[in-house]
Design a protein around this ligand. Structure first.
Ligand SMILES: *Cc1c(COP(=O)(O)O)cnc(C)c1O
Length: 343
């Protein structure tokens, strides 16, 4: 697919901001180019605009070349930039598969880009015929969230593959929860398709929601576009250092992820024993979507005890549902205790 044809004309024509630090190559000793304060504070210099040291580490871990990695201020930044790169406001649209992550719509709306909704089927899988049937040359981006938030299921790999092949624009597979999933990442498909972007994040399994760091993996052409449009120093030094430190402890993160998965199993069992719990949807993420009698009332019951879950009871296909993030063993036990006192 010729990606260039999908890009907004003004973005193709854009001369990106040339930061002081991106104009020279090689090693220098004295930096009198960027109007920084020369006195050492630990943070007096601007960060590497392309975060190459951090990307090298991520490249080794994910087995993806540096030229195919973009880092954003959260994966939310990548979502916003992709919409701004590909969608002409007032003309183009994105396609989303509700119920799904809310930021796709918010980012599109901020950019005055229309959102076409093709709801998931009742089994929470995409309706491929409807998606491809409704897609046209104005359909620039298709967002597939897998595992999906808030339903928790993975999208079948065969369906993702088909959609990438048949969709006329770029397919963005949001894998924020991939580290909790049995299913394999779609990054393996990057060799096969150049209209694919895979999003991952340090906010969930990596335990670094506070540093704001997200990853986009794609062909070098799309990565270059993202780099051209992003704010020059979008990832600050504190964030880059925190991520590098955590990447040194990848084993520890694996253990913490396994512990969360065991807690998910424990909580799922406990919840299923309550009579007001109608259904617990299978989850490949760090949360459970739970259908209950009178979700408003249960939600309030928990709030008054200082425990917050996400009320999803008013969204498509999630009638009566609360979304519960897996906490620590102690927190999950508290939840179960509060539920035992309910009614
Ligand atoms: C939590 C989440 C993200 C993470 O966004 P960040 O900006 O990286 O924190 C992305 N997509 C989905 C579906 C999520 O649930």
């Amino acid at each position: 697919m010729l990606i260039e044809k999908l890009v907004r004309k003004n973005i193709l024509a854009l001369t990106p901001y040339a930061s002081a630090r991106s104009e020279y190559q090689g090693k220098a000793e004295i930096f009198m180019d960027a109007n920084e304060n020369p006195n050492e504070t630990g943070f007096n210099r601007y960060p590497d605009p392309l975060q190459l040291v951090l990307k090298e580490k991520i490249s080794q871990l994910k087995e993806i070349p540096v030229s195919q990695i973009f880092l954003g201020n959260g994966s939310d930044e990548a979502i916003d930039l992709l919409i701004r790169i590909f969608c002409e406001p007032g003309q183009d649209h994105i396609m989303i598969l509700p119920p799904t992550y809310g930021m796709y719509r918010v980012c599109a709306s901020i950019s005055n880009v229309e959102v076409m909704e093709i709801p998931l089927a009742p089994n929470f899988q995409p309706d491929e015929d409807a998606i491809i049937g409704k897609a046209n040359e104005r359909s620039k981006l298709l967002f597939i969230c897998s595992p999906n938030n808030p339903t928790g299921n993975s999208i079948e790999p065969g369906k993702i593959d088909n959609l990438i092949q048949e969709f006329p624009g770029v397919v963005v597979v949001d894998e924020a929860y991939i580290d909790f999933a049995d299913q394999r990442s779609c990054t393996g498909l990057l060799k096969k398709y150049d209209n694919l972007v895979v999003l991952q994040t340090f906010s969930k399994a990596w335990g670094l929601a506070g540093i704001r760091l997200g990853m986009a993996f794609a062909g070098p052409y799309i990565i270059d576009l993202l780099n051209k449009v992003k704010p020059p120093y979008n990832i600050n030094i504190l964030t880059q250092n925190a991520a590098l430190n955590t990447l040194e402890n990848a084993e520890e993160i694996k253990r913490s992820t396994c512990a969360i998965l065991r807690q998910r199993e424990w909580l799922q069992k406990k919840l299923s024993a309550f009579t007001f719990v109608e259904k617990i949807y299978p989850s490949e993420a760090n949360f459970l979507l739970v259908k209950v009698h009178d979700p408003e009332n249960l939600y309030q019951h928990l709030i008054t005890r200082g425990l917050i879950v996400r009320n999803r009871s008013n969204i498509v296909l999630c009638t009566g549902c609360l979304r519960i993030t897996i906490g620590t063993a102690e927190e999950n036990a508290r939840l179960v205790k509060y539920l035992a006192n309910y009614q």
